[in-house]
Write a protein that binds this ligand. Sequence first.
Ligand SMILES: Cc1cc2nc3c(=O)[nH]c(=O)nc-3n(C[C@H](O)[C@H](O)[C@H](O)COP(=O)(O)O)c2cc1C
Ligand code: SF4
Ligand code: SF4
Length: 255
Amino acid sequence: MIFYFSGTGNSYATAQFLSDKLGESLVDIGQAMKQNETEFLLKDGEKLGFVFPIYAWAPPKIVLDFVKRITIHCNEKPYTFGVCTCGQSAGNAIDILEEALGKKGFMLNSGFSVIMPDNYIVMFKVDSLAKQAEILNHAQETWKRIFWAINQKKSGFFRVKRGKLGGLLTKVVSPSFQRHATKTKPFHVTTSCIGCGLCQNVCTDSCIELKQGIPIWTKESCNMCLACINRCPQKAIEYGKRTKNKGRYFHPCLK
Ligand SMILES: Cc1cc2nc3c(=O)[nH]c(=O)nc-3n(C[C@H](O)[C@H](O)[C@H](O)COP(=O)(O)O)c2cc1C
Ligand code: SF4
Ligand code: SF4
């Protein structure tokens, strides 16, 4: 069973690849949290996997909240793995997952990072289409190596790009990101909005509502998955001034 969280499809595509190759079922953490699904049954021999994006060199809060909340029923301890997708580096995110799973009595056997196109348009510009294609091709090669390791049930096997000062960035930036950079107030729509409702449908935090055809953000802070702003077909959503005149990114599997 592979639990995944994804805003713009990189982690979903990664989880989907592993699910197909390993024959493991997929569970969307965003959906499970919305539906308050907390109990899961693992059959003998089934593996347990977590796939998620990196936010400020850590796992998204929703992933850690989910791990805390769930009960996994199983007869034997499953082979357990974690895969994070990131634009540059993962810091100590896999160690944080390992600690969270340890508290639930699961040992993380292996952990991996996959470099994929960066979707954090609040900070960065999106890569050119040619660069995106190059990164996605490379990611597919990484997926194959991850599959190989998981299929062999490699244990104590960690292939994570922590990045320069990765551990320090996790420690310092991640808490400050949670406090200051997850606010919804800067989100607003421009006159290009056609009221299609896609932003509401793809929101992983149920915090967008359409009032008279115009999206409004109903919570003070959110998952910051950036699904809404990156997937709007009209590029009608902005985050303050920081996303103005920047491109948008989502994985081709969502097209
Ligand atoms: C709020 C936020 C914070 C991010 N922080 C990092 C980071 O610290 N390091 C990094 O390499 N990528 C970072 N990224 C980029 C994403 O981890 C990367 O694009 C990921 O593959 C997106 O996955 P998804 O398409 O499944 O949502 C960040 C993205 C967002 C939205
Ligand atoms: S996805 Fe874009 S166009 Fe559609 S309702 Fe949301 S902001 Fe408007
Ligand atoms: S409001 Fe946008 S960024 Fe926030 S959780 Fe919803 S889709 Fe993600």
